[in-house]
Design a protein around this ligand. Structure first.
Ligand code: PEP
Ligand code: MN
Length: 285
C-alpha cells in the first residue's frame, strides 16, 4: 500500500522539481500567474510595431515580442531591420510601458541589444550554439531558450545549463514545435515536452503555438492546450495586417483574433486555477 501511494504521487507530479520564477522586466514568469508574450515576428516599421504593441497590451499581454534581427531559412528573405530600428523601438517601449523580448542571432549583438531587451530570445536554430549560450551566461538578463526543432527534450534542458553555468540563472524554456514525419502543419507541438520539463527542471516553461502549428486558425486551440497542460505562458505572433507581413504572415493573428483568443484563455486559466499576469495599466478585455 505504501509503495502504491509513493508511486502514484510520483505519477501525479508531486515529486516534481519546483519552478524557479524569473523576473522579466515588469513581469514575473513562472510564478503563480500565466504570462502572455505577444507581438510581431519581425519589427517592420514604427507604425506596425506601435499598433501591435497597443493592441496586444489592451488585450492582456504583458510582454512584447519582436525581432530586430531575424534568422530565416532563406538568405533571400527579410532578415530584420537591425540596429536602425532601435530608435523607434525605444519610443514604442516607452510609450506603451512594455518590456521587449527579442531574438539574439550573434553574441556581438549583446552590446547593442542590452539596453533595449528585457529578455534575450535564443531561436530554435541557435539552441545548439553553445558559444552564444556561454556569452549569455555572462549577462544577468533573462534568456528564453527555444527548443531546437530536432532536439531531444534532454538536449534542450542541457542547453539551459550552459547559461546557468556562467552564473545566469534567469533561464526560461520555450517549446515551439518539433520536426516529425507529419507535414500538414509547420511543426508538431510537443506538449509532452512541457509536462516533462516542468516536472524535471527548475526553469519556467512557455509554449510558442505560432511556430508549432504555423496556421493562423489553429493557434488559439494550441494556446489553450498549453495553459491546460501546465505551461507558465505562451509567446504568440500578432500583426495588424498579416497579409502584408514580411515574415511568418500565415501564422500571425490579427489584433482582433488575439483578443478573442485571450477571452477564451481566461476561461481555461480559471479552470486550472491560475491567474493571468497583468500590468498595472494593462488591458483586461
Ligand atoms: C521567431 O520567434 O520568430 C522564430 C524565428 O522562432 P524559432 O526560432 O522558434 O523558429
Ligand atoms: Mn516568426
Amino acid at each position: 500500500m505504501k509503495n502504491m501511494s509513493a508511486k502514484s504521487s510520483q505519477l501525479n507530479g508531486q515529486n516534481a522539481i519546483k519552478t524557479r520564477p524569473v523576473q522579466v522586466g515588469r513581469t514575473l514568469v513562472g510564478g503563480p500567474a500565466f504570462t502572455v508574450i505577444a507581438g510581431p515576428c519581425a519589427i517592420e516599421s514604427r507604425s506596425q510595431f506601435l499598433e501591435t504593441a497597443n493592441g496586444v497590451k489592451s488585450a492582456g499581454a504583458t510582454l512584447l515580442r519582436g525581432g530586430v534581427w531575424k534568422l530565416r531559412t532563406s538568405a533571400e528573405t527579410f532578415q530584420g531591420l537591425g540596429a536602425e530600428s532601435l530608435g523607434f523601438v525605444r519610443d514604442v517601449l516607452e510609450h506603451t510601458e512594455m518590456d521587449l523580448v527579442s531574438e539574439i542571432t550573434d553574441a556581438r549583438q549583446i552590446e547593442i541589444l542590452d539596453d533595449y531587451v528585457a529578455m534575450y530570445q535564443v531561436g530554435s536554430r541557435n539552441m545548439h550554439n553553445y558559444a552564444l549560450l556561454k556569452e549569455l551566461g555572462q549577462t544577468r538578463k533573462p534568456v528564453l531558450i527555444k527548443r531546437g526543432f530536432s532536439a531531444f527534450i534532454k538536449e534542450w534542458i542541457k542547453a539551459a545549463e550552459y547559461v546557468v553555468k556562467g552564473g545566469n540563472e534567469n533561464v526560461i524554456l520555450c517549446e515551439r514545435g518539433i520536426r516529425t514525419f507529419e507535414n500538414a502543419t509547420r511543426n508538431t507541438l510537443d506538449l509532452n515536452a512541457v509536462a516533462y520539463a516542468k516536472a524535471n527542471c527548475p526553469y519556467p516553461v512557455i509554449v510558442d503555438p505560432s511556430h508549432a502549428v504555423g496556421i493562423r486558425s489553429l493557434i488559439p486551440q494550441l494556446a489553450l492546450a498549453s495553459a491546460a497542460v501546465g505551461a507558465d505562458g505562451i509567446i504568440v505572433e500578432v500583426h495588424p495586417q498579416p497579409e502584408q507581413a514580411l515574415s511568418d504572415g500565415e501564422q500571425a493573428l490579427t489584433i482582433n483574433d488575439f483578443s478573442v483568443m485571450m477571452m477564451k484563455l481566461r476561461k481555461v486559466l480559471h479552470a486550472v486555477d491560475k491567474p493571468l499576469n497583468s500590468l498595472p495599466n494593462g488591458g483586461d478585455l
